[in-house]
Write a protein that binds this ligand. Structure first.
Ligand code: BT5
Length: 260
């Protein structure tokens, strides 16, 4: 399923390690190569934040992609990864008799169970020496972490959600199978998410849509309104309270789902 799969007993950051190794030796790391571990010592989040997990309590999975689609369509990749992980988490919950629909995608890069984060996705891009675009999509998912091991009170894990002794192999293989299938559809449609059916399946799983949100944009600007759709590039369309309901397309930011 993966072109190459490397398991590491320990890695600083699977994203950083995979990107460095793939840029150094392009031919050894083809499209859909995977590097994974259950012990990451310097996990990275977005905007210089950290991803924290005790050894053995979570999985860090990075997938190297060499997509031949227009650069402005690459924003779909973290959403596709989030959907693949939503499906993997749902299948674990279902096999433990827990309502799978509790797992949902939060734009742009989280998987939640209920209102707590079980997975974060970090997508990083580089240009290879040969000129091609290389994307590393990393996902961290909390598996057997106990309540006491959760790094922040907004986090959760499969074990905390009622999956007794979660099987990391199953989480990994369902995730990679789902990601491969979505990625194949996406690239076959040249990154046209609407034509490839990707926009519909991501939107269906995305809790953020139709929700009242507060978005903090990278520059610090805050936007409040109702999230209505994902546009052609995977950006979040928000009906802005402050601008008489006009729609704003948001490429990046931190979203808070505001209760009505
Ligand atoms: C993310 O950033 O959620 C992206 C996390 C990506 C981690 C993967 S693991 C494999 C690959 N290799 C890496 O080095 N990284 C990727 P962001 O949206 O910025 O969220 C970070 C915030 O999530 C932190 O500031 C904490 O509040 C929270 N957090 C940290 N560790 C967590 C955990 N284990 N579970 C849930 N929340 C966590």
């Amino acid at each position: 399923m993966a072109a190459r799969l490397v398991w590491r007993d320990e890695s600083t950051s699977t994203n950083a390690e995979l990107m460095a190794r793939a840029v150094e030796d392009e031919s050894a790391w083809p499209d859909f190569s995977v590097l994974a571990t259950d012990h990451q010592t310097a996990g990275r989040g977005r905007r210089d934040r950290t991803w924290e997990a005790d050894p053995g309590g979570s999985l860090a999975i990075s997938v190297l992609l060499r997509p031949s689609v227009a650069p402005d369509r690459l924003g779909w990749l973290p959403l596709i990864a989030g959907l693949a992980m939503t499906r993997s988490v749902r299948s674990c919950l279902a096999s433990a008799g827990v309502d799978p629909s509790r797992a949902q995608l939060k734009w742009p890069n989280d998987v939640l169970v209920g209102e707590r984060k079980i997975c974060g996705v970090l997508s990083e891009l580089a240009v290879a020496p040969g000129g091609g675009v290389v994307v590393v999509v990393g996902a961290g998912v909390n598996t057997s972490m106990t309540e006491a091991q959760l790094p922040v009170d907004t986090a959760t894990s499969l074990a905390v959600e009622g999956v007794v002794s979660p099987d990391a192999d199953v989480v990994l293989s369902v995730y990679l199978t789902e990601l491969r299938s979505l990625y194949t559809r996406f690239t076959a449609a040249d990154g046209d998410a609407a034509a490839g059916g990707i926009r519909r399946v991501v939107s269906d799983a995305c809790l953020t849509l139709s929700t009242r949100v507060r978005v903090e944009r990278p520059g610090g600007e805050v936007l409040s309104g109702v999230a209505t759709a994902l546009d052609a590039d995977g950006h979040l369309v928000v009906r802005d309270d402050a601008a008489a309901g006009s729609e704003v397309s948001v490429a990046a930011g931190d979203v808070v789902h505001v209760r009505r």
